[in-house]
Design a protein around this ligand. Structure first.
Ligand code: ZN
Length: 309
């Protein structure tokens, strides 16, 4: 039985009819218009669900229901505690959708958790029981799947891999703490590291005003000293986080996605090397460290799995 997966973002709402093997059967998108408030966004999701069902020639009753990935902190009862891009605080969003989609199963979860679920079910970890997922971009999102389900922990917020401390008293993170992986290996940390090396006078083709993760990775691929040193710095600390994940969880798969991961093996190989160095003997070889496969489709695919049994 197919399910509807909704990927709610700050700009667009992407929706898809997903087969029970995790394939996209039909997809569409509408603008989010967060200024219309949570009620407006709920109405737009319901409209999108209706048009997806119509176009695909199914009724909502003949699907497993509607799953939603939300860019924020969620709770078990479906409350969105905070979603900065939507300016939401304590919105009972699952219930708001349920009131509009009577008789249908409705579930929601954090977007990185949902992407982890997608990679575990239908992506690089298809068929595995346990997977940890990191998405590298302006921040570092994370999600953990154990026994085929998202692991939420006692706080319901487990899986914040980006806020694993990898340098005690290190750079300040957006969360207010110091030395989190996100402060070192996401876009801002990567650029500041390259800037510092430029200030220190290393020879480079990179210019401060043009620094992006892509320009740094491109320079590294051409053997630029600062490019290589920056990729090494970023990857080494991701590798420490990966080693900690392996030591604690020993997942079958660690999937790495997001913009910075577009550098492919240039980033993945030093991450794996650092992880191997920092993992307890006898554990590293039991985990596959691979690039995520589903890209931007992970949001809607994983959301659909929230309502598939
Ligand atoms: Zn942090």
């Amino acid at each position: 039985m197919p399910a509807i997966g909704i990927d709610l973002g700050g700009t667009d709402i992407k929706g898809a009819v997903i087969s029970d093997e995790g394939r996209i059967l039909h997809q569409d998108l509408v603008s989010t218009q967060p200024e219309s408030g949570a009620d407006g966004v709920a109405d737009r999701i319901v409209g999108l669900v209706g048009s997806l069902c119509d176009t695909h020639g199914v009724t909502l009753d003949s699907t497993s229901g509607v799953g939603v990935g939300v860019p924020g902190v969620t709770r078990k009862d479906g409350t969105v505690v905070i979603a900065p891009n939507l300016d939401w605080h304590h919105v009972p969003f699952r219930q708001m959708l349920q009131d509009r989609l009577t008789g249908s199963a409705v579930e929601l979860d954090n977007d990185a958790n949902v992407a982890a679920l997608a990679e575990a079910k239908a992506g690089v970890g298809a068929g595995c029981d346990s997977l940890a997922f990191l998405t590298l971009g302006t921040g570092i999102g994370g999600g953990i799947v154990v026994d085929g389900r998202v692991h939420h922990g006692a706080s319901y917020s487990a899986g914040e891999i980006g806020h694993m401390v990898v340098i005690p008293d290190g750079p300040l993170c957006g969360c207010g703490k110091s030395g989190c992986l996100e402060a070192i290996s996401a876009t801002k940390g990567m650029i500041s590291h390259a800037e510092k090396l430029i200030d220190d006078g290393f020879v480079t083709s990179l210019k401060k005003e043009d620094l992006t993760p892509k320009s740094i990775c491109d320079a590294a691929a051409e053997g630029d000293e600062i490019g290589e040193a920056t990729v090494d710095h970023v990857a080494r600390h991701i590798g420490i986080a990966v080693a900690n994940l392996i030591n604690i969880l020993s997942p079958e798969v660690i999937a790495i996605g997001g913009g910075i991961s577009a550098a492919g093996s240039l980033m993945l190989d030093p991450i794996a090397a650092s992880a191997e160095t920092n993992t307890l003997e006898g554990m590293f070889e039991h985990t596959r460290i691979e690039l995520a496969r589903l890209g931007n489709d992970a949001g809607s695919i994983g959301a659909a799995y929230l309502v598939m049994s």
